[in-house]
Design a protein around this ligand. Sequence first.
Ligand SMILES: Cc1ncc(COP(=O)(O)O)c(C=O)c1O
Length: 317
Amino acid sequence: MMAANGRKIWMDGRMVDFADARVHVLNHSLHYGVSVFEGIRAYPTPEGAGVFRLKEHVARLVTSAWFYHMTIPYSAEEIERAILETQAANDIVPSYIRPIVYRGEPALGVKNLQGKVSLAVAAIPAKKYLGEGSEAGVRAKISPFRKPHSDAIPSFAKSAGNYINSYLAGADAAKDGYEEAILLDQNGFVAEGTGENVFIVRKGELFTPGLESDILLGITRDSVIQIARDLGYAVHEKAISVNELLSADEAFFTGTYAEIAPIKDVGHYGIGTRTPGPVTRKIMGIFAQAIKGGDAKYADWLTPVPRLAAAPPRARR
Ligand SMILES: Cc1ncc(COP(=O)(O)O)c(C=O)c1O
């Protein structure tokens, strides 16, 4: 769990003190889980803070909101700017940035299509989702809770409601002493962790489930696919059986919050040597350089955070 603390939160164009960032208890999003959000990181670079893959996160936020019939009253560029302003106002690196689109006014009744759509952006100190030692390997449990089929709740949209499934799986794994759960899809194939995608390595090739396994198309997943292909590895997006996972040479999670975390055990079964394997280590090494601006090939993955004086307030559209 990440204790949420920061200095300022951007709420519909106003930068409010952390303690004053409130919404009404009868808001629609709280009762029905209809809000969409992103998890983004800012990292220290030699030129100051850089937000990792800002455009891709904002694009996914806009798509998620569109799918849930929420018209965000800001353009993608305005959302990007709100994120950069929030990062600058909090001046925390590394940080975890959380933009959320929600209906915050009191309104009960599920089919709320009229309620005012709001955007808030927070930036808090970043921690590692799977624990501080997670880069050395984590223990995961195949969850008894499966991912809902996308006919029920589409996985490509990052809605708050999706996370009751992640919560159940994560709580079950934590109570059994594991760092993470691996959820299967409705066909019994590996889908993802509670907040990460899954990769396996077999005979020097990488495999990761695709959208048909009801995953979130992770932005870290995309970064890792690019890095792996640039290193010359074949990467296959395909359904992965539990059999393939348990007998993999290497396996790892990817996610903004978790970054890259090797999987050393799945239940009682050790994966490979139970230590980060050579392919995982190579990719982790390049990723670690890329996020701190140390690899020119991936320089455009980081958006510099301008040191802002207070930005002029913007009118709501
Ligand atoms: C369910 C789920 N899968 C995968 C991911 C990884 O996505 P990303 O790499 O964009 O953070 C996340 C994190 O947002 C997630 O919550």
